[in-house]
Each structure stands twice: as C-alpha cells, then as structure tokens.
Write a protein that binds this ligand. Structure first.
Ligand code: PLP
Length: 496
C-alpha cells in the first residue's frame, strides 16, 4: 500500500478561512451569557461538551468538528422562518432571505460535486434517503401510472386507480449492502422504514477477502431485479467502483442510488475521482453534510436531471418546512469545501487512515479487508479476546472515543459486536498527521492488549464487563492528552 504521509504541520489550520480564536471567543462568550441567562444548565452543558471534545481522541468515523462559521450560522433567526416549497416557489410569504441561502447552498453543492441538480432541504441523512426513495418511486412508478390514467395529479385518480398505485408503490424491490458488511440501516434493514417499504435483498462481501464482490452483486441483481440498487456504506473500509455499479443497474433496469454520507468529504476533496466518484454514475446521490464533509448536521440529495422535479418535491412528500439556519450553514460549509485547503484536508483524512491501519497491523491487529482506502478502519477485536462492546468501553475509559461495530458474519451480533470502527475525519480537522495516527494506533493496541473480559458466575466470559490493567487508563489518557495538546481543538477559543 503506497501512501504520501501528511505531516501535522501542513494541516495545522485545516479550517478555511483560517480559524480566528479571538473572534470566536468573543462570539461564544456573549452567546453563552445570553443562553445562560435563560437556562444556565444548557450553557453549562455547552461548555462541558467543548471541554469533553477537547480532552479525548475522537475516532468516531461519522463525527467531525465543524468550523465556528458553520456553527455560528445555525444560531440565528433564519431558524424562525417557515419556507415550505422551493426557491422562488414557496407556500409562505416573505421568504426572500431563505431563498438566498438555499440558492447559495444549492449552487455551492452543484459546483463542488459537479452535480446537475442539488436539493439541500433534508434535515438528516435518513431524510435525504427517504426523499430519494420517494423521488425514485414517484418518477418510476407514480408518473407512469398518472400518464396511463391521463391525469396530472394523484388527487385526480379514481379510487380504483389510486388503490392500484398504492399497492404498486408498496411492492417494489431494493438491493443494498448488508448491515454486517458495512451497509446502513436505511438500505433495507427490516427495523427501519426502508425494510418495511421495500421487498429487500442484500449483498454482502466475499467470505475470504471481505471485499465487495461485483460479480456476486451482478448475479443477485439479475435474479432479484430491483427497482433501486443502492451503493454506499457506513462501515466498509474500501472504495467502491461506481462505474461498475451503474453498469449492473443499467443491465437490470434499476435506478442506481448512492449514499455517500460517510465519504462525501473524500469526493469533495477529490480523493475519490473517476470510477470512484459516485456523482456522475448514480441517478440519485444522497449524503449527510456533517461527517467527512464537515458541515452542519443535515442531508442533501444530488441527482440527474430526470429526477430533479421529483427530488424537489421532498416537501410535501416526506419533509415539512426546511431549516433555514441549517441550509445557511450548509452554504457556509460547502463554500469552505470549495477552498483548496479542503482538498489538502481530504487527502490528509485518507493518509491518516492508512497510517492508523498500518500502525494497527504492525502491532498484529486484524483489520477487516486487511486495510483501508477511505477514512475508516474496521478493527476486529476478537484476537484480543474481547467483544466490540468491551473494546469500546475500555477505549473510552482511556480517553479514546470510538464506536463498536459489527464485522462481516459477526458471531456476537449487532449489539455486542466483534469490531470497533475508527475514523480519521475529526482528528484530521485538529491537525493530526500520519505520525500522530501511528502513535494513536499504538495507544489503541496497548489498551486492548491490557483489557480482559470479566468471568461470569457460570465460568464464561462476560460480553460487556471487562477489567483494564492497573493504571492503564490513566497512562493512556495522559499520552492522549500530549497528542491533543499538540493539536488543540479550536485553538485560542476561550469561553472564559
Ligand atoms: N446513510 C449513511 C451511510 C450513514 O452512515 C448515516 C448515518 O450514520 C445515515 C445515512 C443517516 O444519517 P443521519 O444520522 O443524519 O440521519
């Protein structure tokens, strides 16, 4: 595996424009004074959260640190405005300022991702996926039904035609990545609405290599004939070839939907290009804006022109009024992501993941697929004799925040699991470089190597309880603090 190591100094100020600690301190001190006067306990929690985030190694692959510009944009009166509809076509009056921020977010999104169309209203990734599902159903099932009945609107259908359409909408098939292979619960998992809306089937990964097996996806697609083929993941540590996925979708008449929630930052920062950039290949691409893209919590849908009208009907299809303050923050984050510094940041995310993976493997740890080529690493903790739950807790106790995650064909199921997922977007935002990540890998292995499952009364190992070696948590915490102090979060931000 080749890699260019990014030294921490090159990305020490990864925010664009550069972070101004003095200005941010003034802004937040005033804000906390105002908030504290209304409910002091909320102001306390806000202060405590910053302190907590500053004091731990955050390796949760879906989290990041948004810039103060993004965060401050959310705390504004744009929140107080209703604006159902789309830019210039609202069901409420006096929406000119919401129009302005929504238009900016759309323009930035289209330019950043080279997308023909962007819809920035979804409140989260789940909402973005719901909009996408219903836009695809509207375009591919509802529109032809309306045309057959020679009507323009569902309200004009006869009761019998409406009943037939509802039944057709509820009888479609979706093929997505299995949850324990790294897929997301919105890709057809039964407890999620996607599994209840669609007849669902899922593709896994190869039993030996643990890599996506495109021939198997093709075989399943031919047999299952889905309306929607979904690509994208939450816990798969490799790139996906979207050109091949589109070829498969075309062969079986499926609509290709890509959920790039996790790796949108790598697409924006041109780490994933060519066949690995989903936007030119997918009919519909969804994303969150708060993970590697480093924006506010929210979602977004990008699509080819044929789906644009249907996607823009997200409200009233599945959404209510858009969040003006969050669309504004998306515009700020997307403007930041269009700066050249963001490409440096995205490259550093991937370099750091490589370094973390190399460091873990050098210490003998087993990684699912044997490495990474994106922003995350899936560490199999069974060789340490632990469940994911024990590993997660022991690491948190030692100042390293990760989350447990199922590994393919996980013997411990989705609750206890056998893995921990480690991601680099957040620490890279702090300016961590490859050498720092190598040190983090050592700390992780030291903690897990010094953690034992508690033996229960019947002599078996507990799946949740564990014991850490004497003094281990404190030693690791202090080593973590050294790294954290060298890369302060929001340097110069002092809440007073
Ligand atoms: N899609 C993928 C691939 C995800 O990983 C996630 C979140 O973890 C989501 C969708 C849902 O995003 P949200 O939590 O914003 O609803």
């Amino acid at each position: 595996m080749t890699q260019t190591r990014t030294r921490s100094t090159e990305i020490a100020n990864a925010f664009a424009p550069p972070f101004d600690g003095q200005a941010a301190s003034a802004a937040y001190r005033s804000a906390l004074q105002v908030i504290g006067a209304a409910e002091p306990r909320v102001a306390d929690a806000i202060r405590a959260e910053l302190a907590d985030q500053r004091a731990s190694l955050k390796l949760i692959a879906s989290e990041n640190y948004a810039s103060p510009a993004v965060l401050l944009t959310m705390g504004t009166w744009l929140s107080d405005k209703y604006a159902e509809g789309t830019v210039g076509h609202r069901f409420y009056a006096a929406c000119q300022n919401i129009d302005a921020v929504e238009r900016l977010a759309v323009d930035h999104a289209r330019a950043l991702f080279g997308a023909p169309h962007a819809y920035v209203q979804p409140h989260s990734g789940i909402d973005a996926n719901l909009v996408a599902f219903w836009a695809i159903l509207a375009q591919r099932i509802e529109s032809p039904a309306l045309a057959r009945a020679s009507v323009k609107h569902v309200n004009d259908l006869s009761d019998a035609d409406w009943a037939a359409l509802r039944s057709a909408l509820g009888n479609q098939r979706m093929l997505g990545m299995a949850l324990d292979a790294g897929g997301h619960l919105t890709h057809g998992f039964r407890p999620n609405i996607s599994g209840k809306m669609f007849h669902q089937s899922s593709y896994g990964t190869d039993a030996h290599t643990e890599l996506l097996d495109y021939a198997e996806v093709r075989r399943m697609a031919r047999e299952f004939k889905p309306l929607i083929l979904i690509a994208g993941y939450s816990a798969y540590p490799r790139k996906v070839n979207f050109a091949v996925m589109r070829e498969i979708a075309d062969e079986v008449g499926a609509t290709l939907m890509v959920d790039m929630a996790h790796f949108a930052g790598l697409v924006a920062g041109k780490v994933f290009t060519g066949d690995f950039d989903p936007v030119p290949f997918a009919h519909v691409t969804t994303t969150t804006t708060h993970k590697s893209l480093r924006g506010p919590r929210g979602g977004m849908v990008l699509c080819q022109p044929e789906f644009a009208d249907a996607v823009d009907r997200g409200c009233p299809m599945v959404l209510g009024g858009p969040l003006g303050q969050v669309m504004a923050a998306k515009a700020v984050a997307l403007a930041e992501a269009r700066q050249p510094e963001f490409a440096t940041y995205a490259t550093a995310i991937a370099d750091n993941a490589h370094s973390l993976a190399d460091g873990l493997m050098r210490h003998g740890a087993r990684l699912v697929t044997g490495g990474t080529d994106n922003h995350l690493v899936l560490l199999d903790v069974t060789s340490f004799g632990l469940t994911g739950r024990q590993a997660e807790s022991a690491l948190v106790e030692s100042g390293i925040v990760t989350n447990r995650n199922a590994i393919p064909r996980d013997p411990n199921g989705a609750w206890y699991t056998s893995g921990v997922r480690l991601g680099t977007p957040a620490l890279t935002s702090r300016g961590f470089g490859a050498d720092d990540m190598d040190r983090v890998a050592t700390l992780i292995v030291e903690v897990l190597g010094d953690t034992r499952p508690t033996v229960t009364a019947d002599g078996s190992n507990s799946k949740a309880k564990y014991a850490l070696g004497e003094g281990r948590a404190a030693r690791t915490r202090s080593a973590a603090l050294e790294l954290l102090d060298a890369h302060p979060l929001y340097p110069g931000l002092d809440l007073g």
